[in-house]
Ligand binder design. Structure first.
Ligand code: NAP
Length: 517
């Protein structure tokens, strides 16, 4: 059996003592083990601060951008091996594995292209500056400088490649070294990616370290110039952001957490229209891709009462075509869940939601599977629930079932009512609104915009171009207020700000304008 290692202080290191086991979700077999006991977390952070940080800050934006491009290329070159590991340890279908891997390398490549536009600068300015004195001689500017600590990235189990790469792209381009910690359960893919990067020599020494297993007391050694970016459950996010050392040192913390994302179908959308088809296609993708284990997956589907039965019938007929089983097979679209615990949580979640919903497709019983042992693997079939009463429902807005499950909610169809229901989610990563009626779209944007990090506006005009509501694009911010964690990532330069200090400069305009020219 393979024993995974952490990459710390420039060397690979195995954990000591008892190790955590990693499983193949299709068979339930152990495929690897890992641990971090014996790793000096203080030394890891110091190595990044004293080695990787200065080397990255020496580089210009264009040089760091070129580094990101090279990192994307070397990872992409090993795509086939990485897909196999994602199937083995994540239970991903090949398509889902590509989604994760290509999302990761695509984000690195997009940040490389964006970084190249920043040129040979080492310091970026925020805006054009302002006259502060009686004349323009006394002038004010705001400059962005890389923070001089280390970016600690703690990621969720569902995107072992993309989760690592999207955070690293922002931090590296901003000029900070990275310590990445994938979720232990699916760390096989991340460990291999870090090996590829370490062997390639595309990164300066100290720019990247890997903690493969428990974080131990890592957070207790973080300092004021460091940054913690976390993705995972709201419960863990709360625990981490409450860490006394982080609070005492005002360590910047970004949290990307649970989200009860919505799809809203406008009352103007006629069955069979282009917008209707886009809505159904997107909802089906969101329910089944990565077996619904996506932070951006649609959990709540709001439709006008008048067409709720038609929507239900369409979704059920499409769900009936879905095959669950061996993720290696092309015909299988829904893979097993990543761990036995995820399967238990999904069943418990659906049972809880059943108090206020009818199950209109699927069941919590072990599903029929193709070419796999249904009882050995962590299989759950897709399920569609329907809220019994929109007005009195509460759990559907509070409990995230992290699997191929969504709830259909019949509503009056007005923007005001739909907005009120969407907002009950307490803040989400994304909502998708499907309509060709500009007034309805505007009312929805005003009604729910402040409660989201991203709104995806699906219409007939964009139906042939969109990538779906669940795709996190490097050019747009990702994150959401409230329950979604309150964080913000990506969006090109917006995502770099977490890793930089904005400093106001006040002085002689002619000096300020030439300081970094
Ligand atoms: P999780 O159990 O909260 O774990 C997330 C990460 O936190 C893992 O790397 C875990 O490490 C680590 N962790 C747990 N306790 C820790 C501690 N005391 N100190 C330091 N690190 C600690 O979440 P998950 O089950 O992996 O992921 C599923 C959840 O993530 C879902 O709720 C989903 O909505 C959310 N998610 C959100 C986004 C987003 O962008 N908003 C994206 C993906 C997923 P170990 O594995 O070693 O315990």
């Amino acid at each position: 059996m393979r024993t995974l290692e952490s990459y710390v202080c420039g060397a690979w290191k195995k954990g000591e003592g008892e190790l955590a086991k990693l499983y193949d979700p299709t068979t339930g077999n152990v495929v690897a083990e890992t641990g971090t006991s014996g790793i000096d977390m203080h030394a890891v952070l110091e190595f990044a601060r004293t080695t990787g940080g200065p080397r990255l800050r020496e580089m210009t934006y264009a040089q760091r951008a070129a580094m990101l491009g090279a990192a994307a290329k070397v990872i992409h070159a090993k795509r086939e091996e990485l897909i196999e590991l994602a199937v083995l340890n994540g239970g991903n279908t090949r398509k889902d594995a590509k989604f994760d891997l290509d999302g990761g390398t695509g984000t690195l490549a997009a940040y490389a292209r964006f970084g190249a536009t920043l040129g040979e600068a080492k310091v970026l300015f925020d805006g054009e500056g302002e006259q502060l004195g009686r004349t323009a001689r006394f002038w004010g500017e705001h400059a962005w400088l890389p923070r001089e600590g280390v970016a600690v990235h703690i990621n969720a189990f569902n995107f072992p490649a993309w989760g690592f790469a999207e955070k690293a792209a922002c931090a590296w381009l901003a000029g900070m070294p990275v310590v990445t910690k994938p979720a232990t359960a699916t760390s096989l893919v991340t460990e291999e990616i870090i090996r590829i990067l370490a062997d390639s020599g595309v990164l300066p020494e100290g720019a990247l370290q890997l903690i493969c297993g428990s974080a131990g007391d890592l957070l207790d050694h973080m300092q004021s110039q460091d940054v913690l970016a976390f993705t995972g459950s709201a419960a863990t996010g709360f625990k981490l952001r409450s860490n006394e050392n982080l609070l005492r040192n005002s360590v910047r913390v970004n949290v990307e957490a649970d989200s009860l994302n919505s799809a809203v179908l406008g009352p103007d959308v006629a069955p069979g229209s282009e917008t209707w088809n886009l809505f159904l296609k997107d909802v089906m993708t969101e329910m089944t891709q990565k077996a619904g284990q996506k932070c951006t997956a649609v959990r709540r589907i709001f439709v006008p009462e008048a067409i709720a039965d038609a929507v239900q019938a369409e979704l059920v007929s499409r769900l009936e075509q879905i095959k669950v089983g061996n993720p290696m097979l092309r015909e299988v679209t829904v893979s097993p869940l990543a761990t036995a615990a995820q399967k238990r949580d999904m069943i418990a979640g659906v049972e809880a939601l059943s108090a206020e919903c009818d199950i209109v497709f699927g069941s919590t019983d072990t599903p029929e599977v193709v070419d796999a042992d249904a009882d050995a693997g962590y299989f759950c079939g897709p399920m569609l629930l329907r809220a019994k009463d929109a007005a009195s429902s509460s759990l559907i807005h509070e409990h995230e079932v992290f699997g191929p499950v969504a709830t259909l909610v019949a509503t009056s169809g007005t923007a005001a009512d739909m907005s009120e229901l969407v907002r009950r989610g307490g803040g989400s990563l994304v909502a998708s609104v499907y309509s060709d009626d500009r007034d309805f779209v505007r009312d929805m944007v005003l009604g729910i915009g402040a409660w989201h990090g991203r709104l995806y506006l699906g219409s007939a005009k964009v139906a042939d171009q969109t990538l779906g509501s669940g795709v996190v694009l490097p050019a747009s911010v990702h994150g959401g207020p409230g329950r979604a964690g309150g964080g913000e990532e990506l969006g090109f330069d917006r995502g770099m700000r977490l890793y930089q200090q904005r400093v106001a400069l006040q002085g002689d305009k002619s000096v300020l304008k030439r300081l970094f020219a």
